[in-house]
Design a protein around this ligand. Structure first.
Ligand code: HEC
Ligand code: HEC
Length: 212
């Protein structure tokens, strides 16, 4: 626990360092260049519009730039584990973390493709009740759109939500802070899956642009 708290503080300090990068150091990084690099390096997995159709790969569309930079930083430092993303992030400069995150922050949310079968009403109701009971909405917002370093989760891919919620619970994904580990620690795995089912099919339109 203590170690994690220290980790969170050192991450925060590093991020503050990034924020303080002198403008001159960023001179060559234009939003246009990161748009092109995203298309070349990231779109194959995450989708050209930021909505991935690859299993286990999160939609980035509508994600907040502060959330994105935090996660890229954690991948780069080996504090969030995933082979593909570690490989992608480990060569990134601080300027790249910033450039990619800012670009991600400009991608408008893309709704999930219509499900093959209509949502199961009873499971949706149970998922909604669990999300209230466990206060997911308190941090992620009643429309699940997140903000700042809290992720947008509404209509995220279900397989990814299932996986990542289980990883927060097991500690495989320690998170930037302990917020998520604490939020899910008392929730049984089958209830986590019901929450993932509901969140992936969240009926509210993902209308708000990232960062707003
Ligand atoms: C080979 C496929 C692949 C490529 C290429 C790739 N990613 Fe990823 N990305 C993933 C996967 C898979 C995850 C989920 C990792 C996990 O938690 O297990 C992920 C996660 C992320 C996340 C965290 C999202 C969240 O909701 O927590 C960000 C941000 C991200 N990628 C940005 C990028 C950027 C920027 C690039 C290009 C420079 C990129 N990715 C290239 C597969 C890829
Ligand atoms: C105290 C605030 C808080 C609460 C309560 C909370 N979250 Fe989170 N959540 C966060 C933060 C902050 C993050 C960013 C993760 C990190 O620390 O790196 C996050 C991340 C996530 C992610 C990862 C998103 C991604 O793209 O990888 C999911 C999924 C998620 N939360 C779902 C939930 C669910 C479901 C609940 C309710 C059971 C919940 N959260 C409760 C603050 C919270």
């Amino acid at each position: 626990m203590r170690g994690q708290a220290r980790l969170a503080i050192s991450v925060a300090a590093a991020l503050l360092g990034l924020a303080a990068l002198p403008a001159a150091a960023q001179a060559k990084a234009t939003p246009e260049s990161y748009k092109q690099r995203f298309a070349a390096l990231c779109a194959a997995c995450h989708g050209a519009n930021g909505r991935s159709d690859m299993p286990g790969t999160p939609a980035l569309a509508g994600q907040h730039s502060f959330y994105a930079i935090t996660q890229l930083f954690l991948f780069r430092e080996g504090r969030r584990g995933n082979e593909a993303m570690t490989a992608v992030a480990k060569t990134m400069s601080d300027q790249d973390l910033r450039g990619f995150s800012e670009y991600i922050g400009t991608l408008p949310p893309v709704p999930a493709p219509p499900p093959a079968t209509p949502p199961d009403a009873a499971r949706m109701a149970r998922g909604q009740a669990l999300a209230q009971e466990h206060r997911c909405v308190m941090c992620h917002g009643s429309d699940l759109s997140g903000g700042q370093q809290v992720a947008r989760i509404g209509q995220q891919r279900e397989d990814y939500l299932q996986m990542t919620l289980r990883e927060f619970k097991s500690g495989k994904r320690p998170g930037y802070t302990q917020a998520m580990g604490e939020a899910v620690s008392q929730i049984p795995p089958e209830d986590l899956d019901t929450i993932a089912y509901y969140v992936a099919r969240f009926p509210g339109a993902p209308a708000k642009p990232a960062g707003k």
